[in-house]
Write a protein that binds this ligand. Structure first.
Ligand SMILES: [Zn+2]
Length: 160
């Protein structure tokens, strides 16, 4: 799932927390149901890992666009004052992004360094299982995934 969506959902749940640490926790927890949502980027990530080359470049471009879109959309949301408790929303947003940041640690060790010792492999496995096997054992085409995520993003935006 796109980081933009994780950030948006994290901000939404974070804002409803009563304590800062809860905002972070709610954001963190929101990541996993969001990843279960069918979003069509599974093959892309796998191709990037297995084949590298232009698959990897496409993947990097996608992540860059995702990051820029996320900054623009969340930034607009904050600038428009859509959050009653902006700092809680920020914490929720960070919590929502955290699992993918943590997963980058074992991913780097496994796919870039190809080392035997992999820190947090269990978290990688858990995240991967949740992302790929739990509900969305099927994958959908990328375009449909993009459309569904756009709809979901608009829904979250309205709930902010
Ligand atoms: Zn994830």
């Amino acid at each position: 799932m796109f980081l933009t969506l994780h950030a948006a959902a994290g901000a939404l749940v974070g804002e409803h927390a009563s304590q800062p640490w809860l905002a972070l926790l709610f954001g963190f927890l929101s990541h996993f149901p969001m990843d279960m949502f069918p979003h069509g980027d599974r093959k892309m990530g796998e191709k990037a890992k297995d084949h590298g080359g232009h698959h990897l470049r496409r993947f990097i471009i996608l992540i860059t666009v995702d990051l820029l879109a996320g900054i623009a959309i969340l930034g607009t949301g904050f600038a428009l004052g859509k959050f009653e408790h902006p700092w809680y929303a920020v914490l929720g947003m960070l919590g929502g992004l955290l699992p993918d940041a943590i997963v980058a640690i074992p991913e780097y060790a496994m796919f870039v360094k190809r080392s035997e010792k992999v820190l947090l492999r269990w978290f990688y496995r858990f995240h991967d299982f949740n992302h790929n096997n739990l509900i969305t054992f099927f994958d959908i085409p990328m375009r449909l995934g993009l459309a569904l995520q756009a709809i979901l993003l608009v829904a979250i935006w309205k709930m902010w």
